[in-house]
Design a protein around this ligand. Structure first.
Ligand code: ZN
Length: 134
């Protein structure tokens, strides 16, 4: 499934473009919050604090994923988590950007680095939460 976004943009109604703009702004905001949550978690001193920030990180990742689904909705394309790209944007993310956006591989599933402080901790630890589930 490949889309030509330049072509899609030409046919996209003005209202959709406006909603996309606000979705992009929200996503930028959530990404900053994710970076803050990762820093807070590094500074956490107790298990309780760590769990609290981990829960926050999970919520923020879920929120970002929902924003990406909403973006796909505004573009009028299939809602598929495997074609998301914003999740790679947090500054602290250590997942392989190149592999995850390589056209040969793109759409085949997310490649997560277990050492990534944004995603590894949620997905690779025992009983990890799969944030790719819709
Ligand atoms: Zn990551």
């Amino acid at each position: 499934m490949e889309y030509n976004f330049k072509e899609l943009a030409k046919r996209l109604p003005k209202e959709n473009k406006e909603r996309l703009k606000s979705l992009y702004e929200s996503a930028e905001f959530v990404i900053k919050e994710i970076d803050y949550a990762v820093c807070d978690m590094k500074d956490a001193k107790t298990k309780y604090e760590k769990e609290k920030f981990l829960a926050r990180l999970f919520q923020l990742n879920t929120l970002l994923q929902n924003l990406e689904f909403a973006m796909q909705g505004e573009w009028g394309i299939e809602k598929d988590a495997n074609y998301h790209t914003w999740w790679l944007k947090p500054r602290n993310c250590m997942c392989p950007r190149m592999d995850n956006t390589d056209p040969v591989y793109f759409g085949g599933g997310k490649i997560i680095n277990c050492d990534c402080p944004v995603h590894g901790i949620l997905l690779c630890r025992e009983g990890g939460i799969d944030i790719t589930v819709k």
